[in-house]
Design a binder for this molecule. Structure first.
Ligand code: BDR
Ligand code: CA
Length: 333
């Protein structure tokens, strides 16, 4: 089995150009706060897609978070209103009526870019002096449309690190993770992009949890962006079903995928074949990850198909990413 491609560790002297495609989203907001504040990341644009809430809500939430983080004029663009084939299916039960925890945040003062997300993605990817790392933390609709409309962008993409999929258990269904389930065809297109891909799936996503004292510290911070991170984490109880406003541990969710770009050494990956199930039925949207050490009867009897190899996240250094997140986002100390 080939080894995963080692990713360089970014530093402030040579920040990694990144673009986040998101459906903000409580944990997408946590991801944005981190990306703005990490000195090793150069956030060049944020593109929005329907997912946790409708796309206009995602644009509003994204602009509000970026303003709170002091992101300046990072371009924000509105993307797809719905998946390629499926209808949009929001996750308000997880992310609140406004898609971002119903925290009563002010409306943004800034407007989105006049161009749509696919146009902005192409523009910013090709304009970057160094190849861009694309970080989708949402259904992959914008990315699929980009790859089909402007395939030339892949020449300036270093890697795609996406939050989505799962090796073991799903969340939207028993086997399918929300972002892939929401637009399975788009996820299948992503997997054939022809650039290195890291799958930051549910197996690691659910494990990176900030303990209650860390959440408390953020909530009490003198830094408004850190206080927002604390409030968002309080909306993400580690144990499903607990009171959403209780002060307790909270999962970093999508922010873990951005930590994986800032600090790749905290993630253990293996280069493995991955396919998305597109057939209707109970396994639609499942990412089928082939962990077998050797070919099985299907291959022996001549049934081989071309399958994409993806760096699949199998383990994560939880403590390392929690510490990284806390010290990056809180500037009060
Ligand atoms: C994914 O779905 C969304 O609810 C989260 O923002 C995350 O991107 C987890 O399945
Ligand atoms: Ca998301």
């Amino acid at each position: 089995m080939p080894e995963p491609t080692p990713a360089p560790t970014p530093d402030a002297a040579r920040p990694v150009p990144v673009i986040i495609d998101c459906d903000t989203g409580v944990d997408d907001a946590l991801a944005l706060l981190f990306a703005v504040r990490h000195p090793g990341l150069d956030l060049r644009a944020v593109t929005c897609v329907a997912g946790n809430t409708d796309v206009d809500g995602v644009v509003r939430n994204t602009l509000t978070v970026l303003e709170r983080a002091g992101a300046g004029d990072v371009p924000v663009a509105r993307g797809a209103e719905r998946p390629l084939i499926e209808p949009a299916r929001a996750a308000h039960h997880v992310h609140g009526a406004d898609g971002m925890g119903d925290l009563g945040l002010p409306a943004p003062t800034r407007a989105p870019d006049a161009a749509d997300a696919v146009t902005v993605l192409r523009r910013e990817i090709l304009a970057s002096p160094r190849p861009v790392t694309l970080i989708p933390t949402a259904p992959l609709t914008n990315i699929a449309l980009l790859l089909r409309t402007h395939p030339e962008v892949t020449r300036n993409i270093e890697r795609i690190v996406f939050m989505g999929g799962a090796v073991t258990t799903g969340n939207a269904t028993a086997v399918a993770e929300f972002n892939v389930w929401h637009d399975p065809e788009a996820a299948a297109i992503l997997l054939t992009a022809g650039v290195p891909i890291t799958m930051y799936g549910l197996d690691v996503f659910t494990r990176v949890v900030v303990p209650a004292p860390g959440v408390h510290r953020l909530r009490e911070s003198a830094d408004p962006a850190a206080r927002l991170a604390g409030a968002l984490l309080s909306h993400r109880p580690a144990t499903p079903g607990e009171a959403p406003d209780a002060e307790e541990a909270g999962g970093l969710g999508d922010a873990g995928a951005v930590c994986a770009v800032a600090d790749p050494a905290g993630l253990t990956t293996r280069l493995l074949p991955v396919e998305v199930t597109l057939a209707p039925g109970p396994s639609r949207g499942q990412t089928v990850v082939d962990l077998r050490p050797r070919p099985g009867e299907a291959e022996i009897h001549g049934g081989t198909r071309r399958r994409t190899l993806v760096d699949v996240a199998l383990d994560v250094d939880v403590r390392r990413y929690v510490d990284l997140y806390l010290r990056t986002v809180d500037r009060s100390g």
